[in-house]
Design a protein around this ligand. Structure first.
Ligand code: HEC
Length: 290
């Protein structure tokens, strides 16, 4: 599978946030001690690497399904994210937005990041020590995912996608609910939670929204909007759209293509059908084109 770095969106919002977070570039290689900022409406916390490494909950975890190191087992020094978030008051329906030093920015559901139950995926902030560097993100490069990388124990149990393994993380921001932030990506409210369109919406948020806006809302700046002026369900035959999502290069070869394939292990067939139904449904809920 393509390296995750290829999939990164340098979004203008990300850059704006990067400026707001006071990120220096290049991030990790300056003499300044790396730090990470946690922001909520009430409080800002800045945590330096040295302080994090002294915490009593620092642990060593072994990750065997790291998307940056397929097939390898990697040990990380890490702190559970739920413990870091404990000091902030996080409203139940808020979203947690992360920002990376290269501008990659997206949200991870609050409930996933705060989870402590070993029956589900648990997020850790992996911390790279200056004396113990990690494997590089891509063969032939010198860059590692450090100094801070979000990794997951038991990722499969909660269907954690690659977009939820951000590296070079510099900050987290607690934001309003998705509904307040992006009302126009929501399907018809009266549909039951189990309706295929609602399920497809979940598939969209997990897998597509980091790179694509829909109805012009969202932070993804890498791919085109998926509803305006036209929904892909209006100009692709259903088989073509599904083929594209399964593997964009198998529909149209494009060496510079940045969208990675979504095989069955990531989006099972039933979820792919739900996703297409959601996109179709949204084609009837368009906002005006810019
Ligand atoms: C890593 C970023 C990324 C993710 C994640 C992503 N895409 Fe894309 N997508 C792109 C980019 C960039 C393009 C433009 C072609 C290319 O570079 O591959 C694109 C193109 C497309 C197109 C073709 C649009 C056209 O008119 O040519 C469709 C449809 C699409 N994506 C749907 C999806 C869906 C559905 C998902 C979620 C399952 C998704 N994409 C996930 C980045 C992404």
């Amino acid at each position: 599978m393509a390296d995750m770095r290829k999939t990164r969106a340098i979004s203008s919002v990300g850059i704006l946030l990067a400026v707001l977070f006071g990120i220096q570039s290049p991030p990790a290689r300056s003499d300044k001690e790396p730090e990470i900022t946690l922001k909520s409406s009430k409080k800002n916390l800045t945590l330096r690497r040295g302080e994090l490494l002294k915490r009593s909950d620092v642990t060593t975890i072994e990750i065997s399904d790291d998307p940056l190191a397929p097939g390898k087992k990697i040990q990380y020094t890490a702190v559970p994210v739920y413990a870091l978030l404990e000091g902030l008051s996080i409203p139940e329906n808020s979203t947690i937005h992360y920002v990376c030093s290269d501008g990659f920015a997206a949200s991870i559901p609050n409930s996933q990041l705060k989870n402590k139950s070993p029956a589900k995926a648990i997020a850790y902030l992996a911390i790279e020590k200056s004396t113990d560097r990690w494997p590089v993100v891509e063969p032939g490069k010198t860059e590692t995912p450090g100094p801070f990388y979000i990794v997951w124990k038991n990722a499969k149990a909660s269907g954690i996608t690659r977009e939820s393994w951000p590296y070079h993380v510099v900050g987290f921001e607690i934001r309003q609910s998705m509904q307040d932030l992006y009302p126009n990506i929501f399907p018809e409210a009266k549909l039951a939670e189990t309706h295929p369109v609602k399920r497809g919406f979940e598939v969209f948020k997990r897998n597509c929204f980091a790179c694509h806006t829909l109805n012009l809302q969202g932070d993804g700046r890498m791919g085109p909007d998926l509803n305006v002026p036209y929904s892909p369900t209006e100009y692709f035959q259903p088989f073509a759209l599904k083929t594209l999502i399964r593997n964009p290069q198998s529909l149209r070869h494009f060496t510079e293509g940045k969208m990675h394939p979504f095989p069955k292990e990531i989006i099972p067939d039933s979820e792919l059908s739900d996703l297409v139904l959601y996109l179709k449904h949204m084609s009837k809920r368009k906002v005006k084109s810019p």
